[in-house]
Design a protein around this ligand. Sequence first.
Ligand SMILES: Cc1ncc(COP(=O)(O)O)c(C=O)c1O
Length: 396
Amino acid sequence: MPARLYMDNAATSFPKPNVVLEAMTDYATRLGASPGRGAYAEAREAGELMQRCRQRINALINGEDENHVIFTLNTTDALNLAIKGLVRPGDHIVTTWMDHNSVLRPFNMLVASDGVEQTRVPCDPQTGLVDPDLIRSAIQRNTRLIAVVHGSNVTGTVQPIRAIGRIARECAVPLLVDAAQTCGHMPIDVRADCIDLLAAPGHKGLLGPLGTGFLYIRPGVEKMMRTLREGGTGSVSEHDTQPTFMPDRFEPGSHNAIGIIGLSEGVQYLLDRGVETVWEHERQLIKTMVDELAAELPGLTCFGPQGVANRCGVFSVRIEGYDNPAALSDVLEQEFGILTRSGIHCAPLAHQTMGTHTLGGATRFSFGPFLTVQDVKYACDALAQVCHRNAVAAHG
Ligand SMILES: Cc1ncc(COP(=O)(O)O)c(C=O)c1O
């Protein structure tokens, strides 16, 4: 059995930096208290560590206020809070065909149950890119929200988020960005990009554990939002109504303290290394994959942008002869020890855009900061071996 090579960072990142694991162990063995739920030293320290995580995330994305970083369970939870917090019956909402089910499904739920109207803007079938002018044309008088995936979890397409942000700001429609595949991998500046709501996982590019995520809410936008859950916050306990101040307004219930304290160190790791440096490294990996796959491997199709521009480290491929992409994942795991993810990747409209939805989807490789150029070459070499073997079997 070959050594294991984890290439499923789009699902969750692995490995995590040691500092993340050390912080979680320290919390579990030394503190253990629930943040904000007591005045004793351990509870206070746990609360301070959580606040530090907000500060670090706020610094990473150039947010305006650390208290507008709301901790969530994952990206899906953050997207649901943004979407259902903002949208009301009779509103119109805009998204794209490259978006993930964690936007498409809440949108469809609102259409079915609240009489909300939606426009799904098509994307280029080759690159997966959306034309910002089509977003502009989709905006109506009653448009309440535009939700756009930053980096596609199918093709790695990175959408022109700044151009979309400027249009949204000009039209005074809040922009929600799903940064599940980009936050921590590449620089994101919510102010420069005119992002009103940024939903991101803690457990992918930010290198924290599963069960973490956040929603950044631009100051002022929270006034348009209702809460989805109410309950104890450890603050103003004498009142039986939800506090209106941030972040407590959107954070009822005991926190995932161990996860958030681990996440904090993942974010600090990125701040220390510099997200630009991480991105530069991931661009090297992307360039290696693009160059190696440009060698015209027999029967191989790689979807999405063909160069390094407008893409992140997510690549989906199909090889002729593998009708079921899971069979390719199986060969990659069994023979080469490479861990990939096959199927529709919770993005049915993205696969429709690429024309792969009726073929069972594709096989996805996704990068993280600890992979090397040699790892990517090894994966490309494995693909080349499978392609050549297949071509010989098919044509003799
Ligand atoms: C583009 C995109 N959006 C949203 C999600 C949902 O993320 P989470 O698993 O953190 O809820 C994913 C997960 O893979 C994703 O790739």
